[in-house]
Design a protein around this ligand. Structure first.
Ligand SMILES: [Ca+2]
Ligand SMILES: [Ca+2]
Length: 561
């Protein structure tokens, strides 16, 4: 309760409200991982592009600002993310978890893959899985970030890369041939041509399919010796292999290194990168070790444990979507990734589907999640992401509509940093993915123009989503096609039922909305969008608000829990 009280106090400060503090985090009572993660809001950010909390680390390791447009390090860091956590920015959007791009030490050089000189600002080019990249900060910066997030009831998801090392450059020698393959290139025609191959020519592919023991790469030994931690790292590896009994094969080293972050810092989950490019059994092994590490962390930090939810793993199975089958089809083989440690998969279909009929998508997803192919598991929807060149709204022509669609859809919602500020997705001179990765446009907020209104919309809908797990995890029911009206209901612990009624395309001003049989006459309802409330009479609720969107739920009775 202490944590909930602090969170409520933070929200109160943030909004400067004079009425009662919001009740304790309603999500804390959602003990089922699928329910939690289908109703969760995950905020995905590129640490290097979000907020610069420490200009002193911007050129660490000699990384120069000499890349192609938006392809150098731009200064964002872990201290910046922590600053925004402390300021209540994520609370204000109803965020449950922050997904950070990989923070491990990146290659020291740069490469040109055909889109201009590029540094490892994005974090997917690992050089050393055991160190925080000094451009992003220190281990203590990471610790402070995770602790701050936990104080706000927010989980931290680490982006876990196990498939490949960073590219080879003059400063970054190749890993030994018993660790990686450097060909053939993946052709994506079958399982083997997706898994046992290099994703792109520049990325050496870890031999995750081998069980033969390998030695530590000489470069890593030299690096650790220079940093004065060689013996400590060796002893820790010895202990890991002795305890687990795994052979000293490449994937087990990486699993050890990745799970150490969980054990030491209390990382709450992984977003697993390129999950379809290594054997699914490796994901299952990673999950087992991550869960073990999470349990160890919880035992060592009882006062910081958020709740009983287990470690979370969401996979990037590129191309996965909601359909009649939950398995992903490689062409010659289908794999149910949910059977290999994944609680959730990113839904790559959402951003295209949502451009059509909203109710068709909502009905389809609800059916899949409650009685169909995805029963008991979770999905993570997005409208924009870091390497999807066809986002929902590349011109940001309707950023509020995008927020409505994303945050009110069944399934987990992934906000991509700047969705809520209409951050531009086309940048003059940028090529490829760099367009999607501009620095966060905080300046637009300071001008108090349309950006402030856009953020206000995302905050209101996000807060509603967080307060009502039924929004993401409840059963959807279309009540009226036009103006569009739907309900969501979710049975909660203790016999309580969370019920919401959403009305769209209402006119501004006075409105009378039928509530069908969702709420009986006499029920006091509150509209989270306008703050107005009223009582159901003759099967209708009458309100006067300045908005076309109405987010109704029963008015909480008897104070704040
Ligand atoms: Ca910095
Ligand atoms: Ca691979």
């Amino acid at each position: 309760m202490r944590r909930a009280a602090r969170r409520a106090a933070g929200a109160l400060l943030l909004f400067g409200c004079s009425h009662a503090a919001p009740s304790a985090n309603p999500r804390a009572t959602v003990g089922d991982p699928a329910v939690f993660w289908n109703s969760a809001t995950v905020y995905f950010l590129l640490t290097d592009r979000f907020d610069n909390g420490n200009p002193g680390n911007d050129t660490a390791l000699g990384r120069a600002h000499d890349g192609a447009v938006l392809r150098s390090f731009e200064g964002g860091d872990l201290a910046g993310v922590r600053r925004k956590i402390d300021a209540g920015y994520f609370d204000s959007l109803g965020v449950d978890a922050i997904w950070l791009t990989p923070f491990v030490e990146q290659i020291h050089g740069s490469v040109n893959e055909g889109t201009g000189k590029t540094w490892g600002y994005h974090g997917y080019w690992t050089r050393d899985w055991t160190a925080v990249d000094p451009v992003l900060g220190t281990r203590e910066d990471l610790r402070a970030l995770v602790n701050a997030a936990h104080r706000h009831g927010i989980r931290v998801l680490m982006d876990a890369v196990i498939n490949h090392t960073g590219p080879v450059t003059p400063q970054d020698p190749a890993w030994p041939s018993d660790w990686v393959r450097t060909g053939p290139n993946c052709t994506y025609r079958s399982y083997v041509t997706t898994v046992d191959c290099t994703l792109v020519a520049t990325l050496p592919d870890i031999l995750t399919d081998r069980n033969e023991p390998v030695e530590l790469p000489a470069e890593l030994i030299e690096k650790w010796r220079g940093e004065g931690r060689l013996e400590r790292e060796r002893a820790a590896l010895d202990a890991f292999f002795t305890q687990t009994g795994y052979p000293r094969a490449p994937r087990y080293y990486v699993i050890k290194w990745l799970t150490d972050w969980v054990r030491e810092f209390g990382i709450d989950g992984y977003r697993v990168d390129t999950a379809k490019h290594f054997g699914e059994s490796v994901s299952a092994e990673l999950k087992v070790e991550a869960e073990r590490a999470f349990t160890d962390w919880k035992k060592a930090h009882p006062a910081e444990v958020l709740d009983t939810l287990p470690f979370y793993m969401v996979g990037e199975v590129y191309g996965f979507g909601v359909g009649p089958e939950r398995s992903f089809n490689f062409g010659d083989r289908s794999v149910d990734f949910f059977a290999f440690g994944y609680d959730a998969l990113i839904n790559f279909g959402f951003k295209a589907e949502i451009a059509g009929s909203l109710d068709a998508v909502f009905t389809k997803y609800s059916a899949a999640l409650h009685e169909g192919s995805l029963r008991g598991v979770a999905i993570l929807n997005y409208v924009t992401s870091h390497d999807d060149g066809q986002p929902y709204d590349v011109n940001r022509s309707d950023p509020m509509g995008a927020g409505t669609r994303l945050l009110l859809a069944p399934g987990g919602a992934q906000i991509y940093y700047g969705d809520e500020l209409a951050r531009p997705l086309k940048v003059s001179g940028a090529r490829g993915d760099a367009n999607l990765r501009s620095f966060m446009n905080w300046g637009d907020l300071e001008r108090d123009g349309p950006t402030t209104a856009i953020l206000g919309h995302w905050r209101k809908v996000g807060q509603f989503r967080r307060a009502h797990p039924a929004v993401g995890a409840g059963t959807h029911r279309m009540l009226q096609a036009a103006p569009y009206l739907f309900s969501r209901t979710l049975a909660m612990a203790g016999g309580r039922v969370d019920r919401v009624l959403v009305a769209m395309d209402q006119g501004e001003g006075a409105k009378s909305i039928p509530v069908f049989d969702v709420f009986p006459d006499g029920t006091e309802l509150v509209d989270a969008y306008s703050g107005m409330s009223g009582t159901v009479r003759d099967g209708r609720i009458s309100l006067t608000t300045a908005f076309g969107l109405v987010l109704l739920s029963e008015r909480p009775r008897g104070g704040t829990e």
